[in-house]
Design a protein around this ligand. Structure first.
Ligand SMILES: [Zn+2]
Length: 196
């Protein structure tokens, strides 16, 4: 009997098999959520429990059940290789239990071509050009609030300064001109051109 390609048999070490990403074959997977679908055969509604890090939720919705007529189970795993979230599904059907590992879609590459959200923040919330400056913590806090609203990781102030410099090559970080201890970003300020 052949082994499905999403597992690697390990008879050598007493472990029966290692689950691998159905998309890229990588073997480092992180469990994200578990869904249980319980019902009597052909019942339209039953018990559906979803367990995530946030807790457990129950309803009667069986629309995501991998089994058309009976019980099912889904475990979602994020792959450390391609970052896709794939779903291991067990489906009971006519006395058999089917197992499938449904590949997820990897997120788009965060490569050089992808615009950094910091650049979008600057376009939306800032004015750029010589003569402008803003204290670093003020701009960072505005960025953090903007990012949080969008569910983005705002990172720390140093990372923000690096990303800002990459997004806006003219911007520099300098000690304030009056000799104060505060640092400012030069070449940018908060606001819109209309309110200049
Ligand atoms: Zn993968």
């Amino acid at each position: 009997m052949s082994t499905p390609r999403f597992v690697r048999a390990r008879p050598d070490c007493g472990v029966p098999a290692i689950l691998r990403c159905p998309g890229c074959g990588f073997e480092y997977l992180h469990q994200q959520s578990v869904e249980v679908f319980e019902r009597d055969e052909d019942d339209a509604r039953g018990t559906h429990v979803t367990v995530t890090r946030a807790g457990a939720a129950a309803d009667a919705d069986l629309s995501g059940n991998p089994s058309e007529r009976r019980q099912g189970l889904k475990v979602a795993f994020r792959c450390e290789g391609c970052w896709a979230v794939s779903t291991l599904a067990l489906a009971q059907h006519k006395g058999h239990t089917f197992v499938e590992f449904l590949p997820g879609v990897p997120p788009p590459d965060e490569d050089q071509d992808a615009p950094d959200p910091v650049a979008e923040f600057v376009r939306e919330k800032c004015v750029t050009g010589p003569g402008h400056e803003v204290r670093c913590p003020i701009l960072f806090n505005a960025w953090a609030a903007w990012a949080d609203l969008r569910g983005l990781d705002h990172g720390d102030p140093n990372a923000f300064a690096r990303r800002l410099a990459a997004a806006l090559p003219g911007v520099v970080t300098r000690q304030r001109g009056d000799g104060g201890l505060a640092f400012v970003f030069r070449g940018v300020r908060l606001g819109t051109a209309a309110r200049a």
